[in-house]
Design a protein around this ligand. Sequence first.
Ligand code: ADP
Ligand code: MG
Length: 628
Amino acid sequence: MSKKQKKMLTRIIISFVILAAEMIIFGVTKADIGIWKLALFLIPYLIIGYDILRKAILGIIHLQFFDESFLMTVATIGAFATGEYAEGTAVMLFYQVGELFQSCAVSKSRKSISELMDIRPDYANIEDENGKLIQVDPEEVEIGSVITVKAGEKVPLDGVVISGTSAVDTSALTGESIPRDVCEGGEIISGCVNLTGILKIKVTKEFGQSTVSKILELVENSQEKKSKSENFISKFARIYTPAVVIGALLLAFIPPLLTGGEFGKWVYRAMTFLVISCPCALVISIPLTFFSGIGGASKAGILIKGGNYLEALANAGVVVFDKTGTLTKGSFEVTAVHSDKMDKDALLETAALAECYSDHPISLSLKRAWGKECDPSRIENVKEIAGHGVKAIIDGKTGLAGKTILAGNMKLMKAENISEAHDCHHPGTAVHVAVNGEYMGHIIISDALKEGAKEAMEGLRNMGVRKTVMLTGDDRRVGEQCAKALGIDEYHAELLPADKVDCVEKLLAEKPPKKSLIFVGDGINDAPVLTRADIGIAMGAMGSDAAIEAADVVLMDDDPRKIPLAIKIAGKTASIVRQNIIFALGIKLLTLILGALGIANMWAAVFADVGVSVIAILNAMRAMNVKK
Ligand code: ADP
Ligand code: MG
C-alpha cells in the first residue's frame, strides 16, 4: 500500500469507530440532544469526507459539477438535511472504501507494468584510462565504447558482444523464462539481465535509441490512447449525471406536489436515487480492464501501445504477413555460388562489400558468409534500392577507377539493363551480381521458416481469423513454397514496398467492415504498411527502430505464436468490458427503480454501489492473468 492509501485506510478506521460508537450510544439511550447530535455526527462525516466535499466545491466553482464527488456531496448533505445523520456518514464512508479498493487495484495492475519498468538500467561500467572499471550514467556512453557487464547486472545498452560468453535472462522483455545463451559476435539488447559470465559489449546505440528506452516510452504513452469503450463511457457520464440529477429533483418535488404527501420522505428517496446512480463502477472498471489487459500482455512479451488497439485486435479478421524476418528467421545460408567469370570467393566478397552499409537480412547474411570485416574506405556512393538491392562503387579511392557493383534481384538487373542475368534452377533467393555493367553470376541463399510459424497460423484460425495473406518482395517460387508450407491462404510475391501498400489497401477495402486487418512485419522495407493497416505488429527483437515506432503492437521475442495469443488476450479483455457494462448498468437500473419506489433505502443503495464497483474491479483484474 502506498502512503496515500494507508492514510485513507486510517481515516476509514477512525471514522468507522466513531460512527459505530455514536450509533450504539444513540441507539441505546435514544437521547435527544438536538443540534448537538448533528455536531457529533459531523465529526466522522468530515473526517471521512472532507476531500470529497472540497472536490465538489471546486467542481462547482469551475462549473463542472456533474461528477461523482458532486453526487456524493449532494446525497449525503441531503441525508443530513432529512435528519438521517448516520446514513449520510455511512454513505460517505462506504464510498471511500470503494475508492480505496479501486486505487489498490490500479496499483496492482501498474505493478506488473512497472516490473517492465524495472528494466531501466542505473549505470554502465566502462574502463577509465588506467583500465579500472567505473560506473557511469548509461546516457553518457557513446556509440562504439566498450562496456563491461558483470554477472547479475542489467545490460544497459544495445550492442555486440566482443568477448565472453554467458546466459542472459530476457524474461522482463519477452516473457520467455528460459535464459538465452550469448557468445562473442552475438547481438545483445539492453534490458536483459546477465546471469553467469562477464561480457564485454561494444555499444551500437545511444541510450535514447536503445531497446529499453524505446520500450519504456511505449509503455508510458500507452495510457493516452483511449479505447472506443472508454470514450463512450466518458461521453456517457457527461449526459448521464445531469440526467440523474434532474431525475432526482423531479422525484423530490413532483410526487409530493401531486399527491400532497410529505416532502421529507420524497427528498430521502431522491437522495437514495442519487447515491445509486453514481456511475463509479463503470467509470473505473473500464479503463482498468484495458490497463490490466495491456499489463497482462506485457508480461507475455507483447507490448500494446493503447486500449484502442486491444479493442481492434479483438476483432481481427484478416492477418497479413511479411515473409523475410517475420515468418522466416531472416538469417540466410549461402547454398550455392554460380559464376562463369569470377572466382566464387571473389564474387561473394564483391557482393558483401557492396552490402557493407545495409541492414537488410540478406545483406547481413552475405556479410556473415564472407566472414571478414568490411573496410569502409573501399566503398563509396552506396545506394540501397528498396525491394531491389544495392548499388555501390568499390575500390575507387585507391587511385584506381573503381568498380560499379550491383547486387540484388532480377528486378534490379532489369532496371540496370543487365541482359545476361538469368534465373537459377536452384531453389532459394538469388542475389545477382554485376560489375561495371557486366553480369558476373549469382549467389543462392536460403532462409529457414521460424519455429512456431505454422502453429501461429493454426492458432489464428482457431481465434476466428478468416484469412491469412503473405506479402513478399522475394522470388515467386520462394514465396509459394513458404506459403504452402505454412498453410497461408493467399500470397503475393516480387512486391516493392509500395506494392505492399497497394495490396493492403485492397484487402482493407474487401474485408467486412467490423473486422480489422493486422499487418505483421519486421520493419525492413515495410514501415509504410505497418502504419496503413488497422493494427501494425512489429517484430521487436530483430526489427528495426522504424518498425517499432510505426507499429501499434510490438512482439519482444519475434515469435509469431504471440499473435494469436495477443488476439486471445484482447478478446478476453473485450468480453470483460462487456460483462462489466451489462452487469453495472443492470444492477444500477434495478436499484434505481427500487429506490424510486421506496423499496431500497440508502443503505441498500450504498451496498449496491460499493458491491458493484468491487465486483467490476475484481473482474477487470482478470484481464491481467495470461496463460502462456
Ligand atoms: P520481404 O518482403 O521478403 O521482407 P524485402 O521487401 O525486404 O523482402 O526485399 C525484397 C527483395 O529485394 C529481396 O528478396 C531481395 O531479392 C531484394 N533486396 C532487397 N534489399 C536487398 C539487399 N540489401 N541486397 C540484396 N537484395 C535485396
Ligand atoms: Mg521484410
